[in-house]
Design a protein around this ligand. Structure first.
Ligand code: TXA
Ligand code: MG
Length: 318
């Protein structure tokens, strides 16, 4: 495995070629780091599952460079989904749509739907467009962490999580810390009205304002299998407790205006909700690295990006 920091155009070309040759490339996105493979190469995609130790019936998101590629992967796309794609791509939003023949069972976990997203990070977009120049059709990429664990928001985190499972031709592109820090919003667009399966930085309000349709919250959906929707996920080794005063020696994460209780170890004091999502996963990781056993988090206010943070913390809690 090779780590490439702030990759040049030539190094991104090399990474696209590695993908085309069936190797894995971890890359930065604006949400979290992804562990990428050529989405039509079954053998390469199967390595994602073994590296992550992820059950094979959990579907993967296909990353594409622009809305033009969407029609290759999905069919019967409703008008409201096109509107959302035009408005929020590139960006932190995944659309679940009826799959085309290109989206095989090894991508969709055997479901009739496929998840597609155009990420916003410049390295991710450059990688996608170089990959397409090599006739690549899409990059399958889950978050670059072991199954059930905390997503990676830095290349160092990817190394900690996955380096020992990667092969010597696999690559990690280091593009610094992920801007947003929590995973994309997942919007199910397979019914006549949209449903939020996973809240993210594209918020309920933003979706409403574009579609003018009622929006269902379905983060406990039983129709679609989505690992990020499991009750337990995104968990550090430390025990996560919510809205409980920490004891001395325990970790503490809360908005900056909330003082640190006596003896607690302050892991993060975000001043804004945006900063909260930006630092959340790295502060959970920091706790594990410093052998803190319990992390107490004071939940932010609900609404907007706060919903995404609350959703992840409820799944991270023990
Ligand atoms: O921000 C993100 O979405 C990141 C970056 C790398 O793009 N990716 C990510 O992937 O979070 P992953 O695999 O860790 O989480 C994607 C979630 C999973 O819960 C998966 O089951 C669900 O999306 N998903 C993917 N395809 C789906 C489908 N066809 N139907 C329902 N859920 C799907
Ligand atoms: Mg994940």
């Amino acid at each position: 495995m090779e780590i490439i920091s702030n990759p040049t155009q030539d190094e991104i070309k090399k990474a696209a070629k590695a993908l085309k040759d069936g190797h894995l490339v971890a890359f930065p996105t604006e949400t979290v780091y992804g562990l990428g493979a050529d989405a039509i190469n079954e053998k390469a995609v199967s390595r994602i599952y073994s590296v992550k130790s992820r059950p094979t019936d959990h579907p993967l998101i296909v990353h594409i460079s622009s809305i033009n590629q969407l029609y290759k992967w999905a069919i019967d796309i409703p008008d409201y989904a096109i509107k959302l794609a035009k408005e929020f791509w590139p960006g932190p939003m995944t659309l679940i749509l009826k799959r085309s023949n290109l989206a095989k069972d090894f991508i969709t976990g055997g479901q009739g739907n496929v998840g597609v997203r155009v990420p916003m990070n410049p390295i991710a977009l450059a990688l996608l467009s170089e990959f397409e120049k090599l006739n690549g059709l899409g990059i399958a990429a889950p978050s670059a962490n072991r199954f059930g664990g905390v997503s990676s928001t830095t290349a160092e985190a990817v190394v900690d999580e996955l380096a020992m499972f990667l092969g010597n031709k696999d690559l990690i592109l280091d593009g610094g810390k992920s801007l947003i820090g929590v995973e994309s919003s997942i919007i199910d667009c397979t019914a006549i009205t949209p449903a939020v399966l996973r809240p993210g930085a594209v918020t309920e309000k933003m979706i409403n304002s574009i579609t003018n349709l009622p929006l269902v919250f379905n983060t406990k959906s039983t129709q679609v299998k989505a690992s990020g929707l499991l009750d337990s996920h995104y968990s550090p080794k430390a025990k996560v407790i919510l809205n409980v005063t920490p004891k001395p020696g325990e970790g503490f994460i809360a908005m900056a205006d909330i003082p640190t209780p006596n003896g607690a170890i302050r892991l993060a004091s975000p001043a804004t909700i945006k900063e909260f999502s930006h630092v959340l996963y790295s502060s959970l990781r920091q706790a594990d690295q410093t052998n803190i056993n319990v992390i107490s988090v004071t939940l932010p206010k609900s609404g907007g990006l706060g919903d995404a943070i609350i959703d992840r913390l409820n799944r991270a809690k023990s």
